[in-house]
Design a protein around this ligand. Structure first.
Ligand code: MN
Length: 306
């Protein structure tokens, strides 16, 4: 069995930074969606992925996510310009016939097998909890006014609970990692259809990003498609190794979003003083200020309109 990977990230059509990041460092693959306003989101996702990359071989994957939490949390304490930052982190290590998963936040891992798509992760968000308890549907979650509230993230508290799982994988399986810029906008059935229609993992990744943007591109979108293909692991540098190398370079040095300083902002507060303020909800989220931090609730995307 060999692993062929496609990956793509895009700023979307509304945001002025790409705070998402991904890692393709076989056999480790991960997606992180940073948050925190101003520079915080980009710093959080990149610190988390750097730490994960350094730590995962020395410990189990969940421990590596806890180390990422320490790193992001510590950096936010030391550096006032990124205070309050956090990130999602969804990681998978594919070794032989096993895939080890570790996950915090509302990015997702999916398994596509035999034409069926199933989520491998729970969203650590308020709407995710409401969907699991049967209070609202997936469709309602995608448009819920409080869909941006996270219940768990990397870097927000000194300790974090990490979900972990190990599954058996075999030839023909496809694992998708994505940020909520995809799965919060596009339905699972659209994702399934796109994965079914595009055998090449890089094409599938690119088409999924286009799908998110054609549905509005309301958020940064990041996709990693990991195919377990027949054949020898070393057999095909053209696709396997080459694809991984390209993606690796992108992950190590994410393309800077082009920004025109003269361009008017998108109505989101940009001032540093606001970025550093204690959570003061956006107008539509007034009621959310009462969310107790103690239960893990905090404001995601404080500086974004929802
Ligand atoms: Mn996002």
């Amino acid at each position: 069995m060999r692993v062929i990977v496609g990956s793509a990230t895009h700023i979307g059509l509304v945001r002025d930074h790409n705070e998402d990041a991904f890692l393709v460092e076989p056999p480790l693959y991960a997606v992180a969606d940073g948050m925190g306003g101003h520079l915080g989101g980009e710093v959080a996702s990149s610190v988390a992925l750097d730490t994960l990359q350094d730590a995962w071989r020395d410990s189990d994957l969940a421990t590596a996510l806890r180390k990422a939490n320490d790193a992001v949390y510590g950096r936010a304490l030391r550096d006032i310009t990124v205070a309050g930052m956090g990130t999602t982190l969804t990681a998978v290590v594919v070794e032989g016939e096993e895939a080890h998963l570790a996950h915090v936040g509302d990015s997702r891992a999916y398994l596509m097998r035999g034409g069926d798509l199933r989520a491998l992760t729970d969203d650590h968000s308020l709407v995710g909890e409401m969907v699991r308890s049967g209070d609202i549907t997936d469709a309602e979650a995608r448009v819920h006014p409080r869909r941006n509230i996270m219940t768990r993230a990397i870097g927000i508290d000194p300790n974090v609970e990490v979900d972990e799982d190990t599954l058996s994988v075999s030839e023909g399986d496809r694992i998708l990692l994505c940020s909520d810029g995809l799965c919060g906008i596009v339905t699972d059935s659209e994702i399934r259809e796109t994965l079914t229609a595009n055998d090449d993992p890089q094409t599938a990744a690119d088409v999924l990003v286009e799908l998110a943007n054609s549905a509005g591109g309301f958020d940064n979108v990041t996709v990693v498609v990991i195919d377990l293909a027949p054949g020898d692991a070393e057999a095909d540098p053209e696709t396997g190794t080459e694809a991984a190398t390209t993606a690796e370079a992108e992950a190590a040095e994410p393309a800077e979003p082009e920004r025109d300083p003269k361009e008017p902002d998108l109505g989101e507060p940009q001032a540093e003083s606001q970025a550093l303020a204690t959570p003061a909800a956006t107008p539509g989220d007034e009621a959310d200020t009462s969310e107790p931090r103690a239960r893990g609730g905090f404001f995601r995307k404080l500086f974004r309109r929802s």
